[in-house]
Design a protein around this ligand. Structure first.
Ligand SMILES: C=C(OP(=O)(O)O)C(=O)O
Ligand SMILES: [Mg+2]
Length: 577
């Protein structure tokens, strides 16, 4: 994990989330204010009223600074900053904190902390959208506490010079205001592959590493080298590393393009599709020449509402997305039925308070709570397919058993849907793919969840980021088992059984080649990843991809697998990936 002892240079590795190599000065973001000591009270001679007033002043100062930043910002950054400023100005938080100072003689810092904690608990109990707001409350709390202590406000350093941003993790207000023209790369000591930082970095195409413990020990101003794909941050900036960064900068200035057809060096076609969550995403995917959609996440329409959307509303929404590929005749679209629960709670379908939501009534299991929600959705998907003429394939999330697969295939047939499939996200389904794929005709491997369940490591937890890595040989073995099961099912049934990957793994160009070598026949990803994945696949033959898969499977660790495979793909260096 850390540092060569003879050398004064500092070297830290973490979990790679977005490729690219850069050299630049490090700027370390101030960590959020630590929790003030529990029970801290005012000195006996302190004036409680004056101390209470300091809270009001601090909240006012935070509001003013956020409002001023909002005025300088544009687009969604402006909206996020304004919303955070409004939260800072909300009198409820300040009032309850001031009351604690007056009545219990709490220190102002502690009083703000406790009052915010109460709000956070209430929001968490409400679940869903409200629970997501807790990050904003924590952000405002940290700002007010820093103001009370006379410390710099937590947040992205202000600079005119480009820099490598090092932070513990980023709050929503930070991610929204991050200027990709100034920030060269992101490295966080905390945060997992699903953290704000990771998601934002992938969207912006910024090199990024998360869970790089010790990164925040790099002194601000030090020149550092970051290799996003290798998960490396180092103060040892050699000539070779400068050259690698220059090659990356050149490629970034002349971005790769995707011509709309994924294939291997021997000409074998590997369709490259897009992951979408809305009609707007579908339009962006079509513009990026994606070969249709490999994962349409349908939760979006169901979030933040008390009841399920009507069949008519769903039909209109799906039809709009299916229609986005206007230039393609009968585009292939793989729709996933509702994947509620765990990170996507829905009040009408999932229950709050499960002790282990990731292992709870989520994904396909909500069928037992309400069959109608599922059959209504299938009816709407079927109607939208008829309206648009799209080649719609439907798959169920979190399938764990053969019975679930049979049940889903029957429900799809009843709804007039021709192609039913399963997501392989649970190890039991990977191991039993041959039987699971008797009734359903295709599989799409959700590597985000398959990794979480194979490694028994919560995908949201930064502390487990090393386990939560799809390069883990155990995960790769289950992907191979799925492909082998699908091939056997094809022989058993005399009908094709395709296996795609639609988790984040498909967007890693080196891993994409391994997946193909393991027997996967299509990939689906964020459209931004299409050009790099296509370029790397075009550099390997089927045989070479198989060898890469063997190399990865024979490795003992995820890091070893990644390094060994990358060393056999010279194109990664040539393209600065
Ligand atoms: C694609 C997947 O589904 P989601 O990320 O929506 O759970 C996955 O688990 O890999
Ligand atoms: Mg999943």
């Amino acid at each position: 994990m850390t540092a060569p002892s003879e050398s004064p240079s500092l070297e830290v590795t973490g979990t790679p989330v977005s490729g690219g190599r850069v050299v630049g000065p490090a700027r370390v973001m101030a960590s959020p204010a630590p929790e003030p000591t529990a029970g801290a009270t005012l000195a006996p001679d302190a004036d409680a009223e004056a101390e209470a007033q300091r809270i009001k002043d601090a909240a006012g100062a935070v509001k003013a600074s956020l409002t001023e930043r909002a005025e300088r910002a544009t687009g969604s950054a402006r909206d996020v900053l304004k919303a955070t400023a409004l939260m800072a100005a909300d009198p409820t938080l300040a009032k309850s904190a001031m009351k604690l100072v007056r009545t219990d003689r709490r220190t102002p810092e502690r009083a703000v902390w406790e009052s915010a904690e109460a709000v956070i608990e209430q929001l968490t109990a409400l679940g869903g959208y409200m629970a997501e707001r807790t990050a904003d409350v924590k952000d405002v709390r940290a700002r007010i506490v820093a103001e009370l202590r006379g410390e710099p406000a937590p947040g992205i350093p202000v600079s005119d010079e480009p820099f490598v941003l090092i932070a513990e993790d980023l709050a929503p207000a930070d991610t929204a205001t991050l200027d990709p023209g100034i920030v060269l790369a992101l490295v966080t000591s905390d945060g997992g592959p699903q953290s704000h930082t990771a998601i934002l970095a992938r969207q912006l195409g910024l090199p990024a590493v998360v869970a790089a413990r010790g990164a925040d020990e790099v002194p601000s101003g030090t020149e550092v080298y970051v290799d996003g794909a290798a998960g490396l941050l180092t103060t040892s900036v050699t000539d070779e590393r400068r050259a690698a960064a220059a090659a990356y900068a050149e490629r970034a200035a002349n971005p790769l393009t995707f011509d709309g057809e994924g294939r291997l060096a021997d000409g074998r076609r590997i369709p490259l599709r897009a992951n979408i969550g809305s009609a707007a995403d579908a339009r962006a995917a079509a513009a990026a020449k994606a070969e249709g959609v490999g994962l349409f996440r349908t939760e979006f329409l169901f979030l933040d509402r008390a009841d399920e959307p009507s069949v008519e509303e769903q039909t209109a929404s799906y039809a709009e997305a299916f229609g986005a590929f206007a230039e393609v005749e009968s585009p292939k679209i793989v729709v996933r039925t509702l994947d509620a629960g765990a990170d996507k709670p829905l009040p009408f379908l999932t229950e709050a308070g499960e002790p282990n939501p990731a292992l709870g009534v989520r994904g396909y299991r909500t069928r037992s709570r309400s069959l109608a929600v599922l059959t209504n959705q299938l009816e709407a998907i079927s109607a939208a397919a008829r309206q648009t003429g799209a080649d719609v394939w439907v798959m169920a999330p979190m399938i764990a058993t053969v019975e679930e697969s049979e049940d889903f295939a029957a429900l799809c047939a009843e709804a007039g849907l021709k192609h039913a499939g399963v997501m392989i996200e649970v190890p039991s389904a990977a191991l039993r793919a041959r039987s699971v794929l008797r009734s359903c005709e295709f599989a799409s491997i959700g590597t985000n969840d398959l990794t979480q369940y194979t490694m028994a490591a919560d995908r949201m937890l930064g502390a487990l980021a090393e386990l939560n890595d799809p390069w883990q040989p155990g995960v790769l073995a289950l992907i191979r088992a799925t492909a082998e099961g699908a091939a056997a099912a094809a022989t058993d049934t005399g009908a094709p059984r395709s296996v795609g990957v639609c988790g984040e793994a498909a967007a890693d160009p080196a891993l994409a080649a391994v997946l193909v070598g393991l027997g996967v026949d299509s990939l689906s990803m964020t459209p931004r990843a299409l050009p790099a994945v296509a370029a790397v696949l075009a550099s390997v033959s089927t045989e070479e991809a198989r060898t890469l898969a063997e190399v990865a499977l024979e490795s003992d660790t995820a890091a070893e697998a990644r390094t060994a495979v990358r060393a056999r793909l010279p194109i990664l260096d040539e393209l600065g990936l």
